[in-house]
Structure formats: structure tokens, C-alpha cells
Design a protein around this ligand. Structure first.
Ligand code: NAD
Length: 363
């Protein structure tokens, strides 16, 4: 990164952070002059959406907020058919805004509906994926995932409520947290990186790497949940601010073409993608190592130590990827040109994917 010349664009989202902050939803909607939100969730998180509805209905400040209803069909990969049903539900109920409560899948639905209807979007994230602070939307139609980026896709308000993350299962807490770390790792060596995003990345990695191992043992710890959610916000901001490279492209290919789960795939691939880029990113690797406890100046060591302490699955084969898929994955990952600090050579990338498939240590 050249300190003399860089471009930094601040992301305009309004962020409300803390414990019990969903109670501020009525006030936030009133501030915006909105009064009829359509709530969005997955079928598994309707209890949290119901809680938001209760908060809105119980609001006795005379703000007159009546939810337009709950659309609880959010699902992975943002299928356009689901989005169209949600758009119809919003129109039929006369919604004047959207409130998504959930992980990247639900927030993706909120973005997809918002960008089609122009409705204001309040995101209430419950995982560490970071979608709520990015202008990126990936949608699937006819089995193809298409990703686009535009400022109007980014939610207008984000309410981070630490309490809503207390129910995040231990496994997803670990992998979703490493998914967030991956945004910061690639931000540290992004072509369009800048010193401000570098600070956010280091602070995000510090917050997550110091809280995730403790959460594996005590998932109900509010201080650790707060640190992890704070880290996820910073790392998500990195994802929304600068370009991602090899790691994110590999995970996108593996998830999109072989049906591998999002957060788990990020967790397995990260040390391997970092090891591939390492010879070309000495300054970024040093910054990353500084933020990872026990790294002793070696970012790969620090990352491996974190994953060991989290006890996460390390092989893609465990999620059903076949050995025969490795060649095709390498072809797809190398065939689609994008900027990376090190040239993406198909033969070498095949070995990166093979190691991740087999669960071998990164080197
Ligand atoms: P997810 O949203 O698919 O959630 C996984 C499951 O966990 C769901 O069943 C959900 O209901 C449940 N869940 C979430 N939070 C919970 C909680 N606190 N308590 C109990 N259950 C909870 O998973 P994700 O990893 O957050 O998101 C992955 C998706 O988001 C992928 O499709 C990915 O492409 C997308 N994504 C997009 C961006 C972007 O910037 N566009 C960024 C990150 C992820």
C-alpha cells in the first residue's frame, strides 16, 4: 500500500451497537418517518422476528408503528423466486420499509427486495458474516449465482444487538467468526487498500481472535459476544470497502459450484489461500501476525493456532466435496480473471484446493 496516495470512501451506514439495542427499533423507524415495516427472517429464526414485532406493537410512545407482516422464507444464495414473493408481500401489505433479522441469507433477501422496491432497509444481523455493511448482493436464478455491487444495496441502518447472537450455535459462531476474519485478511493486501481500512482490519482480527476461543467454551458470555460482534462489524466494513481476491474467489467458486456451506468453506480455505499469497504480501502478513495471539510473527502459525483452539473441521471432503471435483474447481478459480497479489496459476491453485479438500496443514 502506498501511504502517499490512496482513495478512502467512508461507508455511510448508521450503526446502533450494544446489548438490547433492538428495543431502539421503533425510535429508529420514527426518526426516519417510517411506520410500516415488513419483517424478514429464515423459517428457523421466526422467534427473533416475533420479538421484533412485539417490540414494535408494544411501543407506547405514540409512534403508531404497525408491522406489515413477517416474510419468513429467506434462504441461502438469495434465489430470485423467493425475492419476487417477498416483493409481492411488501407491496400487498403496503410496507414502507424492510427489517431483516438474521445472517447473510436474510440480509441478502432484504438487500434484494430493497434494491427492487427502493424501500429503506434496517438490518439486524445475528451472525458475523458482515453482509449488513457491504454494497454487495449475490443472487441465484436458474442455478447461477450473479454478484453485483451498488451503493444503494447497502442497508441504511444496522442495529447490532449482542443479545441476538447469544443463540448462534457454537459451530456457526466459530466458522462465521473466521468468515469475518477472512474479510480483514484480504483487506490487508487489497489492491485498493488504505491505512484506515488497514486499522479496521487489524482491530477486527484482534477482537475476533481474542473472543472466539472463549465463546467455544462459553457461548453465553455477553462480553465475549460483544467483542466478536464488534470485530464482525469492522471486518464486514473491510469487505464493503476494498476488493477481495484469491480467498473470496475460491470460496465463491466452491460454494456456488459444489454446494459447500459458506462459513465452513471460508474457515477451511483461509490458511491455504493466505499461504499461497504469503510470498508477495510481507507487510500485510506482519500486520496480521501482530493481531493474532500466539503468532510469534508468523501469520499462518497464528491462524492455525486460532483454528485449532476453535476445534473446527479442516477438510472440504467432510462436507461432501469429491476428489474428482478438485480439477474442475481449480479450472474455475483460475479461469475467471481477478486481481490477486500473486499470479493465480491453475497448477498451484489445484494444490491449494487439494490440501483444503484433504484437510492437510497450510504451507
Ligand atoms: P445464514 O444467514 O445462511 O444463517 C445460517 C443459519 O443460521 C440460518 O438457518 C439462520 O436462520 C441461522 N441463524 C443465524 N443467526 C442465528 C442466531 N443468532 N441464532 C440461531 N440461529 C441463527 O448464514 P451466514 O453465514 O450469516 O450467511 C451466509 C450467506 O450470506 C451466504 O449466502 C453468503 O454468500 C452471504 N453473504 C453475503 C455477503 C455480502 O456482502 N453480500 C457477506 C457475507 C455473506
Amino acid at each position: 500500500m502506498d501511504m502517499d496516495s490512496f482513495v478512502y470512501t467512508a461507508s455511510p451506514a448508521r450503526v446502533i451497537f450494544g446489548s438490547g439495542t433492538v428495543a431502539k427499533l421503533p425510535e429508529e423507524l420514527a426518526r426516519l418517518g417510517l411506520s410500516r415495516p415488513l419483517l424478514l427472517s429464515t423459517p428457523y429464526q421466526t422467534a427473533q422476528a416475533d420479538e421484533l414485532e412485539r417490540i414494535l406493537l408494544a411501543d407506547d410512545a405514540g409512534r403508531g408503528i404497525a408491522p406489515a407482516g413477517l416474510f419468513a422464507e429467506a434462504t441461502m444464495h438469495t434465489p430470485v423466486a423467493v425475492t419476487e414473493r417477498a416483493v409481492e408481500a411488501a407491496r400487498a401489505a403496503g410496507a414502507d420499509c424492510l427489517v431483516s433479522v438474521g445472517g447473510g441469507s436474510t440480509i441478502g433477501l432484504g438487500k434484494a427486495v430493497s434494491v427492487r422496491t427502493g424501500l429503506y432497509h434496517v438490518a439486524v444481523p445475528t451472525t458475523y458474516a458482515g453482509s449488513e455493511v457491504t454494497p454487495i448482493l449475490g443472487e441465484t436464478a436458474d442455478g447461477r449465482k450473479v454478484t453485483r455491487s451498488a451503493p444503494e444495496i447497502r442497508p441504511g441502518t444496522v442495529i447490532y444487538d449482542v443479545d441476538l447472537t447469544l443463540t448462534l450455535p457454537a459451530g456457526l459462531t466459530a466458522t462465521s467468526g473466521v468468515n469475518a476474519v477472512a474479510h480483514a485478511v484480504e483487506a490487508l493486501y487489497a489492491q485498493n487498500g488504505n491505512p484506515v481500512v488497514g486499522l479496521l482490519a487489524q482491530e477486527g482480527v484482534r477482537a475476533l481472535s481474542s473472543s472466539l476461543p472463549g465463546l467455544a467454551a462459553d457461548p453465553a458470555s455477553r462480553p465475549l459476544r460483544a467483542a466478536a460482534l464488534y470485530g464482525a462489524w469492522l471486518c464486514g466494513t473491510c469487505l464493503g470497502s476494498v476488493g477481495m481476491s484469491l480467498h473470496h474467489k475460491l470460496c465463491h467458486t466452491l460454494g456456488g459450484s459444489f454446494g459447500l456451506p459458506h462459513a465452513e468453506t471460508h474457515t477451511i480455505v483461509l490458511p491455504h489461500a493466505l499461504a499461497y499469497n504469503l510470498p508477495r504480501i510481507p507487510a500485510a502478513a506482519q500486520k496480521l501476525a501482530e493481531a493474532l495471539p500466539g503468532s510469534e510473527g508468523d501469520a499462518i502459525r497464528g491462524l492455525n493456532l486460532l483454528l485449532d483452539r476453535l476445534g473446527v473441521e479442516r477438510s472440504l471432503a467432510a462436507f461432501g466435496m469429491k476428489e474428482a471435483d478438485i480439477d474442475r474447481a481449480a479450472e474455475l478459480a483460475a479461469g475467471n480473471p481477478y486481481w490477486n497479489p500473486r499470479e493465480v496459476e491453475q497448477k498451484l491453485i489445484r494444490e491449494v484446493i487439494r490440501r483444503a479438500w484433504a484437510g492437510e496443514p497450510a504451507r
